[in-house]
Design a binder for this molecule. Sequence first.
Ligand code: FAD
Ligand code: S2G
Ligand code: ZN
Length: 475
Amino acid sequence: MPKKLPNDFLSSLEQIVSNKGMITEQTEIRPYVTEQRGRFVGETACVVKPATTEEVSAVVKLCSDNNIAIVPQGGNTGLVSGGIPFAEDKAIIINLSRMNTIRDLDPINNTMTVEAGCILQTIQDHAANNDRLFPLSLGAEGTCEIGGNIASNAGGINVIRYGNTRALILGLEVVTPTGEVWDGLRALRKDNTGYDLKQLYIGSEGTLGVITAAVLKLFPSPKEQQTAFLALNSLEDALPLLNMAQSMIGDALTSFELIPRIGIDFSLQHGHGVIDPIEGEYDWYILMEASAGTNNSALPDLFEKYLEKTFEEQWVLDGVLAQNKAQSDSFWLIRENVTLCQKPEGGSIKHDIAVPVSSIPTFIKRANIAVEKLIPGIRPHPFGHVGDGNIHYNLSQPVGMDKQEYLNRWEDVNRVVHDIVIDLKGSISAEHGIGRVKVEENVHYKSPLEIKLMQQVKRSFDPQNIMNPGKLIPE
Ligand code: FAD
Ligand code: S2G
Ligand code: ZN
């Protein structure tokens, strides 16, 4: 049970957020301290849900005055336990979900100003209703919140065209660890007036301040879309396929996702409404999408010529071009299930790695040999954003092995896989961040200087270390 908070602290909290904005009942707190993968359950005495920036500021000031740590939280879909407090943190959670107002949309300036608790899907829909696109898109978009997306610098399926969250933010409003409100909500594409402070907060995983609002970049909404599901001749053929797409259809390419046969099989077995669009079974598939911002564009023609070329070169053995939105949605339903349908197969040891795109086949081949040696019968399930060099190299347990015994091998499997990633000049966290679970691994691979510089930034922004202590960087 978490240590009780001082009574005067709780009553001061209640004066700020009223009892509507406070949860102290442990059974109600449970979902807020349980991380997505169920590997860890955290602990806190209180979840605070402020409704305004002023309330966030007052709560943070109260915590600073009482030296009580804070874990900022959005939709709690993070995958590195960054958004839950652990017992040793003795922290409260500040959950931003009640701050879900869309403050403004300026169609001429192509910007939208939103509060941190806005759910990503709501933001996407609001942009679309105004004939615009907000391109951040990931499997958790129905639950994750823009504050969490910004703090974790989320990636997702459209990074190849639009970049990750870092590339989509023009301004931020942040409450600092002393409770001051930084109004950096500038809707400018050019503002060269000093350090780009917003870029420090983007990807800071709640360790530098509480993001309360943001100015988002908007793009023309896609008028034409081409979605194809292709069966590869080999994993290596994904590379020329990608390069040919980039030269023949250029930056109209918006997604390029790798799906292994095991991912299709798990989805057919455990998913709902999943249909394999291609006759026969192949080892590797690519789900790709391209879009144009104007009607009657050259895209359909270009895409057809591109697909013909890929068959001529025999990089592709079979494939389907979606004839309508429903068919394209059915392809994306497979991709969504590839993520979700690993769970029913027992323990899955996860990796979110990036290597240079050209090294992906080498990485997968080397890692498969290494993990099979480590745990015979292990089932590699490499999938994801291959266009960005980002592979979710997930490993399902051998059939019949005890799940907990398998999951107890998490760290030593990670180390074997990450050694190969670093040898290929890659990254041990492509998009999910470091959180709590990868702090030691990050220290193992990053130079001491890089860790020291990040600690200097942390100390200058949060000298009391009340902002998400123990996350992202070592104390
Ligand atoms: P939370 O989990 O609540 O918090 C994440 C981190 O941000 C924590 O460190 C927290 O302290 C901090 N934080 C949250 N809100 C704030 C705030 N307002 N101010 C300061 N710090 C804050 N991620 C990807 O990048 N790409 C994917 O393709 C992807 N696919 C996913 C698919 C599924 C099915 C699931 C469950 C998750 C997936 N994720 C993916 C991971 C997750 O959705 C992202 O990391 C997302 O950005 C987290 O948003 P959230 O609101 O849930 O944040
Ligand atoms: C995705 C989800 C997390 C995982 O689906 O793109 O980011 O490894 C991943 O299952
Ligand atoms: Zn991903």
